[in-house]
Design a protein around this ligand. Structure first.
Ligand code: HPA
Length: 271
């Protein structure tokens, strides 16, 4: 009897996956400040394994205002995985395997440029990668041939546009464009590192934007980043960076992000 129940369960979950694969248009990777997507009506969870190991958490399948969405908390469901330990390859692979075609990565960042005031939302258009030692590519071992992907424009322009249109329809102010400098963490930067990043042209600094964006490109999944400025970057604010200010600004910013995402899924479904 337990064997029959097991077979039934496997068949049912395969059917469910098949149904969801044909439906899920958007995946959201939630960062610090968005470990749970409370507006998502959960319909199931899928613990998946990939050739690169396990993703940060089981994929959360659900419906946002009636539209299918997959949610994955980047730092794990208890926010215990630091940026340099996230299994970015498994995360993107698992979402691709589920049939997702678009991913929005939500990220907490520090503001470097004058436009990047804490609490604001930004949709960057460029990246500078300052990370090191992360498992950053699928084209690594056992290759039939060496592969280089074009990364001139690191984000999907179409998805960025959809985010901008959704933000204006939802009445959520966003700054568009700008360069996201990705640091290794988990420590925050020194004031002089931030000065150097500003000279390099970075307006935002965070720890998770890479290799996430590059891996999505390698798997040909449309990817864009929606970032919430949690604090002034080191040396740009009045004093030291505190966890209280980060939490307060993330909580304000994420409310806008959720409104924006609700509008985005509706727009994608209508498209
Ligand atoms: N630096 C790097 N990552 C961050 C910051 C920061 O100031 N704030 C939030 N994530």
């Amino acid at each position: 009897m337990p064997a029959i129940a097991g077979i039934f369960f496997i068949c049912f979950s395969r059917l469910f996956q098949f149904w969801f694969e044909s439906m899920a248009e958007l995946a959201i990777i939630g960062g610090s400040g968005l470990t749970r997507l409370e507006v998502l009506q959960e319909t199931g969870r899928q613990a998946v394994d990939t050739p690169f190991g396990k993703p940060s958490a089981p994929l959360i399948l659900g419906s946002l205002d009636g539209h299918s969405v997959v949610f994955l908390p980047r730092h794990g469901d208890k926010h215990t995985i630091p940026p340099h330990k996230v299994n970015y390859r498994a995360n993107i692979w698992a979402l691709k395997q589920l049939g997702v075609r678009r991913i929005v990565g939500i990220a907490a960042v520090g503001g470097i440029g004058p436009d990047s005031k804490p609490g604001t939302i930004a949709i960057p258009d460029q990246i500078i990668d300052y990370t090191s030692g992360r498992k950053h590519t699928y084209f690594d071992e056992g290759l039939a041939h060496v592969t280089h992907v074009d990364f001139t424009q690191p984000y999907c322009e179409e998805l960025r546009c959809l985010l901008m249109v959704a933000s204006s329809a939802a009445g959520v102010a966003v700054t568009t464009g700008g360069t996201y400098g990705v640091t290794q963490g988990p420590r925050l930067e020194t004031a002089m590192e931030i000065n150097r990043m500003a000279r390099d042209g970075c307006g935002l600094v965070g720890m998770t934007g890479m290799p996430e964006a590059a891996l999505a490109r390698e798997l040909e999944v449309r990817y864009a980043c929606c970032s919430v400025v949690a604090n002034w970057a080191a040396g740009r604010g009045a004093g030291p960076i505190t966890m209280q200010e980060i939490e307060k600004n993330l909580s304000t910013g994420m409310k806008g992000v959720i409104r924006l995402l609700s509008r985005l899924v509706a727009d994608i479904a209508a498209d």
